[in-house]
Write a protein that binds this ligand. Sequence first.
Ligand code: AMP
Length: 250
Amino acid sequence: MKIMVAVKRVTDPNVKVRLLADGSGVDLAAVKMAMNPFDEIAVEEAVRLKEAGLATEVVVVSIGPEKATEILRTALAMGADRGLLVKTEAAVEPLTVAKLLKTVAAEEEPSLVFLGKQAIDDDCNQTGQMLAALLGWAQGTFASQVTVGEGKATVVREVDGGSQTVELSLPAIVTVDLRLNEPRYASLPNIMKAKKKPLAEKQPADYGLAIEQRLEVIRLEEPPARAAGIKVGSAAELVKRLRTETGVLS
Ligand code: AMP
């Protein structure tokens, strides 16, 4: 069974992003970039299924600039077998990514496609669902547990107020949530080995697709600064303040 994993290059979650002076976008000039954290979880899950003998090959795919090869190499160092970069310098929207992933999936014929539940740059949470719709495949989103059986996968999903279990016939799309696993760090020997693993490069045009911009960003703004909190000395003081200062209690 082949597993395909979609990985996106985003701003490192540990850096504070700044806006461009004219508010037209985020200043990415000197910002550290990394693999989207949910995609690390997706790679980890695929690699674990391979280690358990349930998958035969893990292919990682990224759509983005040349530098996205860095996160593909990281995925290869974590244990993926092969990488594919669909190279474009243009910003790609979820529908474009889903269309490209659809054509890659048609070529690769994976039994499972893992994606992150969302990319932390735009927080769209759309690509996996769009891909499932375009392919007409089953989908299990927000996965906190994935069990693979004969021709099917059982996915425990994180939903409001608890969890839901769905059974999917393969091939299927799974988008992964935070609690699924804790991704490994790539070891130095594996980083060295990953340099020799195959990494192909294609263009959107190779799949007969042009990058379309359907969305227009009007302006970005910093969220308003929040006032500092206060510490109260006792429960009695808390109740008094809630009554007199906030009107929360009458
Ligand atoms: P989004 O719908 O943008 O929040 O992204 C959800 C997931 O889709 C991400 O966690 C990735 O697994 C995948 N994805 C989004 N954009 C890309 C991209 N440019 N290249 C590869 N995978 C992507």
